[in-house]
Design a protein around this ligand. Structure first.
Ligand code: GLA
Length: 366
């Protein structure tokens, strides 16, 4: 059995596929897979969440009409493409990472599956290579052109640490997060985001368009990571593309300072940057929705809330809130009421703790 966690991201949203930085951490919500070899070339899957089976073969790797198997079959496909010897297997998937809530359940399924296959068939693949294959599985089987953050955080998470990951070089640093007296709350809007059908891929293309425009005058530029505001002003005249790129350039810079805040224990300053990120995601990048805005507005003027913003790809899912522990219950109560009043919807709330990444499950880490 292998467990692989969901993730939060403190700041640095939509920066990973622009070669910027991210600040994620693995959480205490996991996907579990149990796996066993077969002596034929068949793959038999069971999802406890969907109470469904799916079966195919190593040669086929499709299960028409079902979405959940693609995250497992997608990594099998990557392993085969890299010429690793994978045999038939039975696999059960279960877990408590909420689906479509922005906690990266799909990345956790991919990481758990590839880790389990690596162990079972003794493939000897490095964790970083597994991360890259899991990301590619998402591109090619789930058709979401995601960055590397989610799979990376699920695989490399460390208890009590956030990861400052440079998505250009893939160098990373664990940064201890001093939550002394603070806690992280996730407010789930209940609006299911599906990145595949959302505008996620469109945003990625818009960023690429911006880079192409800048490159006309600044050929050394490879990604928005190397772009400055003066460059954008000079070369990007299309208003929409300008807005999208402005958000990313600002967010990459914001994360750098936020990271310093974190190291210095300046949590108030850090929280302010979370609010600023939300503004950018809402007005410039336009990946928020009414429900997420209601949730951020509900806590904005509360002195016990240091920061709040939508988390992950957007268009639904959760907000992440950095709040004073002593006030957490009251904040949950008030926000739940306001959310019901303003949207008619029930709010699901989670308190999350920062935990280790993907691992074989045994008595020691159950
Ligand atoms: C999703 C993607 C990530 C990242 C975030 C936005 O979670 O899978 O790669 O782009 O959205 O920061």
């Amino acid at each position: 059995m292998v467990k692989s966690p969901g993730r939060i991201n403190l700041i640095g949203e939509h920066t990973d596929y622009n070669n910027g930085f991210v600040l994620p951490a693995a959480i205490d919500k996991f996907i579990l897979v149990a796996i066993q070899k077969r002596d034929d070339d068949e793959i038999h899957l069971y999802s406890n969440e969907f109470k469904e089976t799916a079966a195919t073969t190593l040669q086929n790797l499709t299960t028409p009409g079902k979405q959940w198997p693609v995250y497992i079959l997608g990594v099998v496909d990557q392993l085969q493409k890299a010429r690793h010897k994978v045999g038939g297997f039975n696999l059960i998937v279960d877990g408590d990472v909420p689906i479509g809530a922005g906690m990266s359940s799909s990345a956790a399924v991919e990481c758990a599956s590839i880790f389990a296959l690596n162990e079972l068939f003794d493939l000897g693949i490095y964790k970083m290579d597994m991360v890259k294959m899991a990301q590619k599985a998402e591109h090619e089987f789930a058709r979401v052109m995601c960055g590397i953050m989610d799979q990376f955080a699920s695989m490399f998470g460390k208890e009590g640490m956030v990861i400052n990951l440079d998505c250009e070089t893939l160098k990373y640093e664990y940064v201890p997060i001093d939550l002394n007296g603070l806690t992280i709350l996730l407010f789930d809007s209940g609006v299911k985001h599906s990145l595949a059908s959302s505008e996620y891929n469109v945003r990625r293309q818009q960023c690429e368009t911006g880079v192409n425009l800048v490159q006309k005058g600044e050929p050394q530029v490879k990604s928005l990571r190397n772009v400055t505001m003066p460059m954008l002003e000079k070369y990007v005249k299309d208003e929409l593309i300008f807005k999208r790129c402005k958000y990313v350039v600002e967010e990459i810079a914001r994360l750098q300072i936020a990271c310093e805040d974190l190291k210095n224990g300046a949590m108030q300053a850090f929280g302010k940057k979370m609010f600023a990120t939300h503004e950018g995601l809402k007005n410039l990048y336009e990946v928020s929705c009414t429900e997420l805005d209601v949730l951020v507005d509900a806590v904005k003027n509360n002195p016990d809330v240091l920061g709040a913003r939508l988390m992950g790809g957007g268009f639904g899912g959760c907000t992440i809130n950095l709040v004073k522990e002593a006030a957490a219950e009251e904040i949950i109560k008030q926000t739940t009421e306001k959310y019901k009043q303003q949207t008619g919807k029930d709010l699901t709330t989670y308190r999350v703790a920062i935990k280790n990444g993907t691992a074989v499950l045994d008595e020691n880490n159950y």
